[in-house]
Design a protein around this ligand. Structure first.
Ligand code: HEC
Ligand SMILES: [Cu+2]
Length: 394
């Protein structure tokens, strides 16, 4: 009987381990498969500390084994007294200095990297403005969603973060209500989003790593921030520099909300304007709104940060957000019939940003002409023109 129990326990333990450990090692998710320089440096620190720890464990285990086995009474007789080393100076110097040396070995690279990875000075210009030549993203964390603002380009999005590969991406982190924590496990360690001060750091996403993971990485909130904390996920889309610029330009081109084509969607837009517009923007400007910016909602990977992106889930979300994300701030703020929900969701599913509709050259020029004026403003007329052309094409 007892044997059976032992066996069952082992099998149980192994199963649990298998389930959890098989979660490790996925490229888009894991700290153990770093996707860029920052994550890699932190990974090496982990390896270094594990090596040091193993060394200590091995040495202590050997000493312990010697102490236990060497002077057994059964071997040496009842009256044997082992040599007293309590005041041996040489030994004391050795076992005081070894830990000090080990800590120094760990401290030097740790301190060096902590300072290196906290260096965000390139993200601001000498006058304290955001440097338009670097990728700078302002992150605002809300219960239970994420807003991403690209200050130099005047673009706002939410839930799906878009970044360029192979260069530093600087993040300025702020919490809008309570403290959250911004974490993209594959790219680097987490950092708190406080409500009373901006925390900054940078991450790097390698082009190779991005290509391996369909350009998608997972992000999470890593601070217990309320009942739906565990659902406060986001996606990171890592694009090549050129595609990233094109995405920004495409977003900039949406100066007016996308016009729906089908009749259902048009009716949905009216409902949206009456019931939802107060919290949700459908153009790519306007940070600090009550709800996620929905300009490119149809292009996103997920709904509400964690649901598969399809019309069924969207309708379920609009019908009863509380059942999907307890404690969220959208619950109970409107009253729609099932039919209205279908219309509104048809509208949202048309909120797509046309690829290639933006003027990349204007974007890049405005970046180079850094310092004076607001970047991205200059080409507004042209972009409106482009928009109209495309609508006719639809
Ligand atoms: C009081 C403000 C408010 C109103 C009104 C409101 N919402 Fe929301 N909405 C939110 C908030 C806040 C969230 C984020 C919830 C979360 O994820 O915690 C959200 C999330 C969403 C999402 C998911 C967004 C994403 O990026 O995945 C959709 C879709 C949505 N709302 C549609 C609607 C529709 C349709 C209406 C009108 C019928 C509406 N909302 C009315 C505040 C509001
Ligand atoms: Cu959170």
């Amino acid at each position: 009987m007892k044997n059976h129990w032992m066996k069952a326990k082992w099998i149980g333990l192994l199963t649990v381990l298998m389930v959890f450990l098989s979660g490790c090692g996925k490229n888009h998710l894991s700290t153990l498969r770093p996707a860029g320089e920052v994550g890699r440096e932190q990974f090496y620190l982990m390896i270094l500390s594990i090596i040091i720890m193993l060394f200590v464990v091995v040495v202590v285990t050997i000493l312990f084994a010697i102490a236990v086995t060497r002077n057994r009474r059964s071997k040496k007789g009842e009256n044997f007294q082992p040599k007293d080393v309590a005041t041996n100076h040489t030994l004391e110097v050795i076992w005081t200095s070894i830990p000090i040396v080990l800590l120094i070995i760990l401290a030097v690279p740790t301190v060096y990297l902590v300072f290196k990875q906290a260096d965000t000075s390139a993200s601001v210009t000498d006058d304290g403005e955001v440097n338009p030549e670097e990728t700078v993203i302002n992150v605002r964390a809300y219960q239970y969603w994420w807003e991403f603002e690209y200050p130099s380009e005047g673009v706002v999005t939410s839930q799906d973060l878009v970044v360029p590969t192979d260069s530093r991406v600087y993040f300025n982190l702020l919490g809008a209500d309570v403290k959250h924590s911004f974490w993209v496990p594959a790219a680097g360690g987490k950092m708190d989003t406080n409500i009373d001060g901006i925390n900054s750091f940078y991450l790097i996403f390698d082009e190779d790593a991005a290509a391996e993971t369909d350009r998608l990485f997972y992000g999470k909130c890593a601070e217990l921030c309320g009942p739906s904390h565990a659902l406060m996920d986001f996606k990171v889309t890592a694009l090549s520099e050129a595609d990233y610029d094109q995405w920004l330009a495409d977003m900039q081109a949406i100066e007016e909300p996308v016009q729906p084509s089908s009749e259902d969607a048009q009716a949905g837009q009216e409902i949206f304007n009456n019931s939802c517009m107060g919290c949700h923007a459908t153009t790519a400007t306007g940070a600090g709104a009550m709800g996620p910016n929905l300009t490119n909602f149809a292009d996103r990977e997920l709904i509400a940060g964690y649901l598969e992106h399809n019309e069924e889930n969207l309708q379920e979300w609009i019908r009863d957000p509380e059942s999907l994300k307890p404690g969220n701030k959208m619950t109970g703020t409107y009253d729609l019939s099932d039919e209205e929900i279908e219309l509104v969701s048809a509208y949202l599913m048309e909120l797509s940003v046309e690829e290639g509709s933006g003027d990349v050259e204007a974007l890049q020029e405005s970046r180079e002409a850094s310092g004076d004026g607001e970047p991205g403003e200059g080409s507004a007329d042209e972009e409106t023109q482009d928009d109209e052309d495309e609508e006719e094409g639809n």
